[in-house]
Design a protein around this ligand. Sequence first.
Ligand SMILES: Cc1ncc(COP(=O)(O)O)c(C=O)c1O
Length: 445
Amino acid sequence: MTAVTGGPSLPQERKLVTSIPGPKSQELLARKNAAVASGVGVALPVSIVAAGGGVMVDVDGNSLIDLGSGIAVTGVGNSAPAVVEAVTNQVQQFTHTCFTVTPYEGYVAVAEKLNEVTPGDHEKRSALFNSGAEAVENAIKIARHYTKKNAVVVFDHAYHGRTNLTMGMTAKNIPYKDGFGPFAPEVYRVPTSYPFRDGLSGADAASVALSQIEKQVGAGNLAAIIIEPIQGEGGFIAPAEGFLPALQEWATANNVVFILDEVQTGFARTGDLFAANHEGVVPDLVTTAKGIAGGLPLSAVTGRAEIMDSAHAGGLGGTYAGSPIACAAALATIDTYERENLTERAREIGAIIDDFFGELQKSDDRIGDIRGRGAMKAIELVESGSQKPAAALTGAIAKAAGEQAVVVLTCGTFGNVIRFLPPLSISDELLREGLQVVADALAAN
Ligand SMILES: Cc1ncc(COP(=O)(O)O)c(C=O)c1O
């Protein structure tokens, strides 16, 4: 097949020319099954050849509406022109030196930018890595080094990654942890705030969590509390107002490093550059990745200078950490969020999703909850007349939507949440069409 160029100039349409997956995608799936380890699953087995705006085009010529952004990565859109240009220029200059061998400006410029745009106006430092999990691991390393304490508190429904430490920090067993232990010690899990299911105010949920921390861990042993400001893989759980500020206040009063994991929520996704800003929470450290670099692998830990600088030279790094190509992409990406006012666009997208499902919920009580912020929205599906999670229904809807050329992702500890993470470059028309396909699937199941 001739190459199709991606980016926003791709026809912005949903188009089915074969059933999904089409014959060429099925050929690739057969090759994948023979060559790729089974543990690497795929949600929708279509073989993508180009993407941009709000669509992905597969090898059979189908054009799919993208409501997932490769799990919240391509906020600026796939092959966004500014990112393509920055990466192309960088690749022509040099591809790699290893920043900790011979440094380069792109890394420093990304650190300067992160120090400027992340929550809080205190003096900051940043360190760059490759993946979200790596950023989380390093945030914990730094917090332990700074406090000279060991314990880490994480929350029910948390997701922090797939490395050994971050698997241990992640709540859900299948598929993330099962059989992969033993996990690192000194990780303690406490209840989160889950308004749909616990009915607690933010202050009450925080007092449950903090009392458990005090009784079972002890502030004197605790290096860090880490939480996603909206829990992502766990079900797009936005805590009740006041929960995060109460945790932060307690951490500050107890010499505990308060870390926000903004790997999924960061960079305009929630309608602000960072989800922490909605409640004015200022973390000591923040981890970022995903939306930071328009699809190139990059992550970061940013935070208070005195904490970040506590680790000795050589203690932080990695061969590819802060790759010059990813840094060039990040600078172009962050500039695009600002230049195109994509935080505002995320809020508009959120309003469309809220209105759409709000209307539907009036006649379908299986939509138990509609939640999230900005373009990070979800519906939690339950059995009619109850709060019992409807996981089979959720899976069936995602499958049916995929077959109708709409890519949607599921999540949630109970597997009953459909999440919407469209690229912020999607048009209103495509977004509405995609939502309608999901609604039709719901009606048919
Ligand atoms: C909140 C959060 N933290 C960490 C991670 C891990 O990031 P990565 O998959 O880049 O290692 C994710 C990925 O989904 C995430 O959502």
